[in-house]
Design a protein around this ligand. Structure first.
Ligand code: HEC
Length: 130
């Protein structure tokens, strides 16, 4: 009888611990998207700086905002890629190193003098257009 009581108690305890840890996990999971969206949202200052950088650079020789020129229109690019940290990073890398094959066979020239930080601001502006 005593033994049974103990096992009941320990079962209840286990359930409590499990329930508690799964609650903690859910809370953690809920926190992740919140954190992500904070780091993902481009600040207005970055977007404005990116716009100015693009206007000063050679981008406009090949890109217009709304229609395809040599490269895709920036609006088309914005529609293709959600504004996430990952896309800021990978597109910034693509602008710096140049490349081809995503929008056709015409290559984008490399911009090796550009810093990753400035290239990222340009991308933040582009992906804010949609
Ligand atoms: C010589 C012409 C040219 C110049 C200059 C140029 N681009 Fe491009 N850009 C292209 C072409 C062509 C593509 C499509 C490449 C492909 O299909 O992978 C492209 C693609 C892109 C993309 C989308 C990349 C992808 O993988 O989807 C972004 C973003 C971009 N350009 C931004 C810029 C910015 C910012 C500048 C100025 C620093 C710039 N481009 C200058 C021709 C150019």
């Amino acid at each position: 009888m005593k033994k049974q009581k103990w096992s009941l108690l320990s079962t209840a305890f286990t359930i409590l611990v499990l329930a508690n840890s799964s609650f903690a996990q859910t809370a953690k999971k809920k926190n992740i998207p919140v954190k992500k969206s904070i780091s993902t949202v481009a600040s207005a200052a970055d977007i404005l700086a990116g716009k100015a950088l693009i206007q000063k650079s050679d981008c406009v020789a090949c890109h217009k905002t709304d229609v395809k020129l040599v490269g895709p229109g920036f609006l088309q690019v914005a529609k293709k890629y959600p504004a996430t940290e990952d896309n800021y990073t990978s597109l910034a890398y693509k602008i710096i190193s140049g490349g081809t094959g995503v929008w056709g066979q015409v290559p984008m020239s490399a911009h090796s003098a550009l810093s990753q930080l400035d290239a990222k601001k340009m991308v933040k502006y582009i992906l804010s257009l949609k």
